[in-house]
Design a protein around this ligand. Sequence first.
Ligand code: ARG
Length: 590
Amino acid sequence: MKNMIDLLAKELQEAFAAAGYDGSYGRVTVSNRPDLCEYQCNGAMAGAKAYKKAPIMIANDVVEKLQDSSVFSQVQAVNPGFINLKVKEEFLADYLKQMDADEHLGVAQAEQPKTIMIDYGGPNVAKPLHVGHLRSAIIGESIKRLGRFMGHKVIGDVHLGDWGLQMGLIITELRHRQPDLVYFQEDYEGEYPTEAPFTISELEEIYPAASAKSKEDEAYKEDAMEATHKLQQGNPGYMALWNHILNVSVTDLKKNYEKLNVTFDLWKKESDAQPYIPDMVQYLKDEGYAHLDQGALVVDVKEETDTKEIPPCMILKSDGASLYNTTDLATIVERMKLFHPDEIIYVVDKRQELYFTQVFRCARKAKLVEEDTGLFFLGFGTMNGKDGKPFKTRQGGVMRLENLIGEINEEMYQKIVENQNRNVQSEDAKATAQVVGLAAIKYGDLSNQATKDYVFDVDRFTSFEGDTGPYILYTIVRIKSILSRYMEEGGNPQECCMKGASSDSEKALMLELSKFNGVIESAYQEKAPHKICSYIYDVANAFNHFYHETKILGEEDVEKKQSWIALLVFARKVLEVCIDILGFSAPERM
Ligand code: ARG
């Protein structure tokens, strides 16, 4: 289905052409003077030079051609040459009905669906999830859902960090604590135990302890590096331990992501890419892409047009060890082989931007991807506390994701209990608080442009008023409650049908709703979930305005009332589809 704005533009283009001007001047935008009109066309101003004519004359010519339009109720040329437009109510209602009848609410499905891989989440095994991983999960999840809504095949991969020094650190610390474990016996030949020698909470304590020690004790750090190396060489005892670490950790991660309503199609990890490294290195050497530089194997990736220095991409260190780069390049090789994606999108902290520039250039230069494979870096900014510094606990430590969620849910719970004047069951309120709390977190994050840093403000994010998740949910719940009262009165919303608007606020709501497909398409093009947030904020405002001006259920005129009910059903649908793309949902009551 065509976007509203494109349909309107088509009318204008035809009118320009009919009046003897080039149709391409018929561009339409949303009005920046909503008090005067709904849409506007500035084409007459743009054409004035080419036609050596006053813009208002061109505008007048065009307006004349639109007098009998079935689309516009008002077309006006105003000085110095704007064309102000208002849409006919029947046309608008018709458009909404068509959207309503369409499975994707008027969003045209991709004609040639792409395979898109999204690399997001990126947690590191054995380290607790902290708020830094929150943004990747939230943004990645919504980009995934958005791509699917457009009809693409989207594969989400968590890309676990399981191959770095952290593994060696944990193994080393375990050896210090429990040297007698069979995993450390060189000559052990039996089966290794199936039960892990630690729990998740022990594991989460072991890593920071080991990491702190390694910073103070050089010998300890050497040990950890040695252990990492041995693991990477396939030492059986270490491999068995690594498996335990992985299992315990992944079980916990899955639980946490579930709470965030974030799911991955693939639980691939850095270690899965390792087998691709030797052939890749050989290829880079054979084809002359890589060369030795002070003992290290590197690929030059600078380009003439660079305005800042882009260092070479290092493939192997001088001691032959592989790096984060090597793993990412090998992962690209693996992904191309297994999934042949048209695009790979990385949702990672923007501080890794230069790094990804190197990796992408190297992949392209060495033809690890095809010419038209898209590699995109979607870098996000830092989530700060109210003091403008990276978000911390009250004690100043790294905030664990679990605790952050707990804190928000508690705050939500208090607000819900305060807000409800009827008696709420505390269990009920707890469950609702979880649903609303998630919306508070996700909307608070997604409503900012991803690349920007933002302040995580618990008070603001959990507020029922203003540009917040809870406000959006509150609006949906309000609609649901009107609809259920309508049903209690014996009405059937399914039998209601939208008619033209009978008030300005109703028309304003209809106009907002008609923008849905355009918004979704541009949010997808620009990988910008914040556009969906600002859209549903506008819809919610338009709805609440209409609601405050209209006695919906008290209306005597049956046809009018039914038309409003149908509009409500549709508004709810649009809002619910949007929040689903953003990755949260609405409760029944709140
Ligand atoms: N594990 C990494 C970190 O915590 C993020 C991984 C991002 N994805 C990637 N393909 N490098 O920083």
